[in-house]
Design a protein around this ligand. Structure first.
Ligand code: SP5
Ligand code: ZN
Length: 353
């Protein structure tokens, strides 16, 4: 299947993560996408450069206030002198508008640049530097170009997105994600209005942003298999089985939390359950949010899936026989990420055959 790519991902250098107040090296590195590119090149893949898309497609899934903030966040931070005093070379939030704090909903966008970040960031780990907006915007273009290829008749396409997107909601960002690439692709696939779309998320972490964006939407099924947040894993506050959608979207969200240590058997059973759910829901197009951080060697999750497991999951998802856009999410084991992606994509092609 064609691989959609943008060199602009390299402009996003997170510069680490502030975790429990400490600047740690972080794992969402430019090298991740480069390793995937090399593995796909070796596998003989056909590369397509991302095409620039107007903001309209993005406004289907994001609040204009978030886009406006992210587009200027770095320049505002620098202009406010914060790189010199107190000497912080990335945008880091410090104050968060919790519901219990507020007199206004939605909260105002604060005047102080230091306070503004917390209006949109929900964690301290997802830092903004000079090239972050350009790269995040390019990742959406990658996903939208991949969706366009499928709309033009390709059976499947792979969006090699970086930074990832599935933790970004309509109006806030976190979990190494800024803009929701998979949600933008799903909105694009569903734009014709003639049938439901499914987003099936196999990243090790709950796809909370995608869930939130489509939570009341009966036309986009969102399913996620992930390590149980109740067992102590990000995103901690959601991803539970009881979250099934709201209002007209009731029944259109499905979460399958897995115990830490789960390997191929339990994980593949969950992936198969999500696939059967989408099939029974009568969907006509599929977005696979492909995180490969459920793999055994990944530093960010306790799931123990093998490379063969990713291949088998690909076969299950490809077996649905739907027009499919695969969107890259997490995966932080640099030595394994390339092979894991190749196995998953190969599995999807085998499943379709
Ligand atoms: C897209 C994606 O996979 N995002 C995952 C973000 C989860 N990050 C959670 C990080 C939690 C803190 N990690 C600290 C590691 C210290 N050794
Ligand atoms: Zn993840």
């Amino acid at each position: 299947m064609p691989v959609v790519w943008s060199d602009r991902h390299r402009r996003h250098e997170p510069g680490g993560e502030v975790w429990v107040g400490v600047r740690t090296p972080g794992t969402e590195l430019p090298e991740r996408a480069e390793r995937v590119r090399v593995a796909l090149t070796d596998a003989g893949a056909r590369f397509v450069d991302a095409e620039r898309h107007p903001d309209e497609a993005l406004l289907e899934v994001h609040d204009p206030a978030l886009l406006e903030y992210l587009a200027g966040a770095w320049e505002d931070w620098e202009a406010a002198g914060l790189t010199a005093d107190p000497g912080q070379d990335r945008v880091v939030p410090y104050l968060f508008p919790h519901p219990g704090l507020l007199a206004q909903d939605p909260p105002p966008v604060p005047t102080a640049i230091t306070a503004r970040a917390g209006r949109f960031a929900y964690d301290t780990m997802t830092l903004i530097g000079p090239g972050t907006w350009d790269a995040a915007r390019a990742a959406v273009d990658v996903a939208l170009t991949a969706a366009d290829l499928v709309l033009a008749g390709e059976p499947a396409s792979y969006a090699c997105c970086r930074p990832p997107g599935h933790h970004a909601t309509r109006d806030c960002f976190g979990g190494s994600c800024y803009l929701n690439n998979a949600a933008a692709a799903a909105a694009r696939l569903g734009a014709g209005g003639d049938g439901r779309v499914a987003v099936l998320d196999v990243d090790a972490h709950h796809g909370n942003g995608t869930q939130a964006i489509f939570y009341s939407d009966p036309e986009v099924l969102v399913g996620s298999a992930h390590v149980d947040p109740a067992a102590g894993w990000f995103p901690h506050f959601l991803g539970f089985a009881a979250e099934t959608g709201a209002g007209p979207g009731e029944g259109a969200n499905r979460n399958l939390p897995l115990a830490p240590g789960s390997g191929d058997e339990a994980w593949l059973a969950a992936v198969a359950e999500l696939a059967a759910w989408a099939r029974d829901g009568g969907v006509r197009a599929l977005v696979v949010a492909l995180g490969v951080d459920a793999a055994a060697g990944d530093p960010e999750s306790p799931l123990r899936v093998s490379a063969d497991g990713y291949r088998a999951a690909g076969r299950v998802l490809g077996g649905l026989g739907l027009p499919t856009v695969v969107v890259q999410e997490g995966g932080y084991d640099l030595a394994a990420i390339g092979r894991l992606v190749v196995e998953a994509l190969t599995g999807i092609e085998e499943g379709r055959a």
